[in-house]
Each structure stands twice: as C-alpha cells, then as structure tokens.
Design a protein around this ligand. Sequence first.
Ligand SMILES: [Zn+2]
Length: 303
Amino acid sequence: MKVTHFIRAAAMAGLLFTLAAGCTTTDFVTGQPVQNMYSLAEEVQLGGQFYKELVSGLQKENAPIDQDPARVALVREVTAHITAVAHITNLPYHATFVGDPDFVNAYALPGGNIMVFEGIWNPKEGLVRTVDELAAVIGHEIAHVNCRHSTEAMTRQMLPNLLLAGGMIWATLEDKDDLQLLFGGLMLVHNGLIVTRYSRADELEADRIGMMYMAKAGYNPEAAPRVWERLAGASDSQLAKALSIFSTHPRDKKRAQELRKHLPEAMALYQAAPIKRDGARLLSTLPPSTTPAKPKSDKPKAD
Ligand SMILES: [Zn+2]
C-alpha cells in the first residue's frame, strides 16, 4: 500500500468514525443509545419542510385541507389527548385533516405533523369506525414521531453507506477489484435486507407504543388489534388495495397478534387513566361531511 493511499484511507476512516460517534443519542422511548444524525430541532425543521411540500402538492390537486370543521376538530382533539401523554410532549404537534374520501391513509412526518385522510373512515371501505379506532391510528402515527423512526432510518441508511462507499474508494485506490465488488455487494445487501427488516421492526414498535399512548389518553386499547384484524380479513378487498402504505408493513394478522400480546399492559394503563373518553362513539354519527365532491382522477397513491 502506498503511503499517500494509507493516509487517505486512515483520514476517511477517522472522519466516518467521528461522524458515527457524533450521532449517538438517547432514544426518548426506550432510553437506549441510538444513532441519529439529526437533533430534535433539526428534525422539527426537516419535518416542517416536508409538510409544506406535501401541503402544496395536495393544494395543486385541489384536495380540501382542514375544511370540515367537525372532522378537523375530532382529529385535533384525539391528537391533543394522545400527544399530552407521549414521551416527547414539547414538539410542535399539529394534525391536518385532508378531505379525500378515496385515500385510506394517515401519515406522521418527523417533528410532529400528523396527516389524516378522510378515506380512513370512509363508511364503505374505511379502516376505522369508532373514535377509539381512530385513536389507535393516530396513536400509531404519534408513536412513529416519538420513536423518531424517520430520522433514525435516514441515519441507518446513511452511515453504513458512507462506510461502504469509503471502502469502495479505498479498494479503487488500491486496485483491489475483488474488494470493490465485495463492498458494492454489501451495500446492496444492507439496503435491501437490513433497512427493510428495521422498517418492519419500527412498525411493530409504533403499534405497541401507540396502543400504550391511546390507553393512557383514555381511549380503549382493544380498538388497536381490532383495526388490524379488520385489515387482515380484507385481504383481497378494495380496502386492502387502497392501503398501499401498508404493503411493506408486517402481515396484518401478525400485527394484530403482537398487539393482543401487549393488550393486558395497555388495558392496565387504560384502567388507570384519569379520564375515559367516549371512544365507542361511531364516526358515522358525525355531521355529514362538508367535503365538496371532486372529479375522479387516477392519481397514483403515495406511500
Ligand atoms: Zn406505521
């Protein structure tokens, strides 16, 4: 190995290790050390930027945003009750209601923005039917925010890719074709397998933590497994097709089983909650939707 190459490789390794070490922080939910290259303040800023872009995209499609007072109020009320008992209470949480009855979905953006689409309680194919079930979905999204899943996933993809890219550069400098191939292969394995496996683990964590949040906030947590059981039973229906976001998630039946395992713990939190909400209320009892009818379009489903 030439001395200049060695110095370059050593400098790069040093830089990458410093970068990795500088990312270590404590997970708010588990209390365990975790890698995250974003501070909470940076995460809020990043999420705010995503939110602006998402809203301007929706506005271009004439999607009604926050225009249905009864539903906007309900989504905000549930969000406020759940965020009050979450691990990170000082985030600028904000819930947005999008009156798109065809889009069965909800999102959490890093830093505290929650988006709920009207299709989530569409009476024909909707995923949720009661306030408790809506709280299960919102609890899941708020759990993603508290677990900081988005920025942890971004960090997880960034660091090994930087290390492997460093390895590839070194192998190129050293004319080691076989090592170059090896590092390239490892990058593919990392991105294909490890990242996917973690995203499934993140979903199960958000399911479990979200169920604890809803219970602490006074919503009956029995609604959480029920939502996933409904989805599992709808494997070939329009509902399952509409829920493109869940296609990469763990199998719905498995999610419901995992939730049932943790249900006794959640029920104990619910029994101890100082206020019990009127969560059995059917969403079909809300005043009629004020969402204007929109022309049908074939817009692709986001995920
Ligand atoms: Zn999720």
